[in-house]
Design a binder for this molecule. Structure first.
Ligand code: EPU
Length: 420
């Protein structure tokens, strides 16, 4: 497995361009299953999760062609049975279920397991499908979903931790070809949900209210091909903003949507980071000494769980006590023990991490446990004294396009060591 060798102590300087959002493109690619016509998606990031979704669609019978940042997909003839092993490997693949059900009235996919950040159940997805008239049977590791007819309905999709992002996407897609009107209450409001609704509407669907907790979908008879550009990755942009602050650098972030990042930018400003709008770009640098801050992760427009680990690293550098409360995924603190290897002082109390910041970090070999934890460790390596070796970086390649070369261009001393 490849690893990254990082020599710390270099402030990042310069310009970085943000890629298309991983968490938007996966449901968009799944949505192409809703039509037999060709769909073209631009600003597609070169990520292993995206390639993987391409393989899943191919295994269902779709033609998938990647060309630079564009993917062309034609799902003229498809089957409703997904490849067990392929689907099981990536949790995001659950969002093929809604389109398969909508188009074929049938979907058989493997049950996604838990993962390192928590249990990750799919009860809300299934509740949504059942509300539209689907019969769901779980057998032999597969979810078998069948419907004679999908009928619009009113349903509440809120769970213990609030709304579900992919669950909302799945039900929106299932309802788009159903008979009648579906109203999703407690829908996820994430920008990725809005992006999907825009794509569905470009395909001829009737989706209203995406971005609010109530989404109304009026079913149509058929959808057609469409062309779409993926929104920028707000999590990647937030990661670079934190990297600029953490290394005491000065970075201009191009192509991000600041309006998708309010919670993160607000916390950075509260911590003493200067975030300036420069036309459509964002310039990020420190504004004197940083101050401790507390954060609680929440559904959008709250502070995103996907930026929690990176923010924790920043807190490690700020003298004083900062507290993070994780309200979305119960065990998303795997990075704590790895940050401790570099000298961080963090203790876990239930859903909260108490960070005693300001102790100098020094390089060490660390192990990435999930995508965002990996990003935090890379940022930690850039601020630590000496060399940090981040192992198992396949997690990073799942969700950050060319992160090492983007960081190198900003001056970071970071080198990818290929497995021999
Ligand atoms: N939940 C349920 N039942 C369900 C579905 C979710 O109880 O049926 C719970 C989850 O256990 C969690 C909460 O609801 O406590 C929110 O989970 P959600 O369903 O919103 O997560 P997701 O849609 O599976 C997406 C992103 C994640 C991101 C979360 C939250 C994709 C491919 N994944 O997951 O991204 O953390 O939303 O914003 O879009 C990442 O990029 O690193 C990542 C993990």
């Amino acid at each position: 497995m490849d690893s990254l060798l990082i020599k710390g102590g270099v402030p990042l300087h310069g310009d970085v361009h943000i890629s298309g959002a991983k968490n938007a493109v996966l449901p968009l690619m799944a949505a192409t299953l809703l039509t037999e016509e060709e769909c073209i998606i631009h600003r597609v990031p070169d990520l292993s999760d995206v390639k993987f979704m391409g393989q899943i669609l191919q295994s269902l019978g779709a033609e998938v062609k990647f060309d630079g940042g564009t993917v062309t997909i034609r799902a003229a003839k498809i089957k409703p049975h997904g490849d067990y092993e392929l689907i099981r490997k990536m949790r995001g693949s659950i969002c093929i279920m809604g389109p398969l059900l909508s188009r074929m009235r049938k979907a058989t996919v493997s049950l996604p397991g838990g993962c390192v950040i928590g249990a990750r159940p799919i009860d809300l997805h299934l509740k949504g499908f059942e509300a539209l008239g689907t019969k769901v049977v779980i057998n032999g590791g597969y979810i078998h979903a069948t419907a004679r007819k999908l009928r619009g309905n009113e349903l509440f999709l809120g769970g213990r931790s609030g709304p579900t992002v992919l669950g909302t996407a799945n039900v929106m897609m299932a309802a788009s070809l159903a008979d009648g009107v579906t109203i999703i209450e407690s829908a996820a409001c994430e920008p990725e949900v809005i992006d999907l609704a825009n794509f569905l509407n470009a395909m001829g669907a009737k989706v209203v209210g995406a971005g609010s907790p109530t989404i109304t979908i009026t079913g149509v008879k058929a959808l057609h091909g469409a062309e779409h550009e993926v929104i920028p990755d707000r999590i990647e942009a937030a990661t670079f903003a934190i990297a600029a602050a953490a290394t005491n650098g000065d970075v201009t972030i191009h192509g991000a949507r600041a309006d998708h990042m309010n919670a993160v930018l607000d916390k950075l400003r509260e911590a003493g980071v200067k975030v300036e709008r420069k036309g459509p770009a964002l310039r990020v640098r420190r504004n004197g000494a940083l101050k401790p801050v507390d954060i609680t992760t929440l559904p959008y427009s709250g502070f995103p769980t996907d930026v929690q680990a990176q923010m924790m690293l920043l807190m490690c550098l700020i003298p004083g006590i900062s507290i993070i409360t994780e309200r979305i995924f119960e065990s998303r603190f795997m990075h704590v023990s790895e940050l401790a290897r570099l000298g961080a002082d963090i203790s876990i109390e239930g859903p909260s991490a108490i960070v005693k910041g300001g102790k100098p970090l020094s390089g060490a070999p660390v192990m990435a446990s999930d995508l965002r934890a990996s990003a935090a460790l890379v940022l930690a390596g850039m601020t630590a004294k000496g060399t940090t070796e981040v192992n198992r970086i396949y997690h990073l390649d799942r969700g950050y396009e060319k992160i090492d070369s983007k960081l190198r261009k900003l001056g970071a001393r970071i080198e990818r060591v290929k497995e021999s």
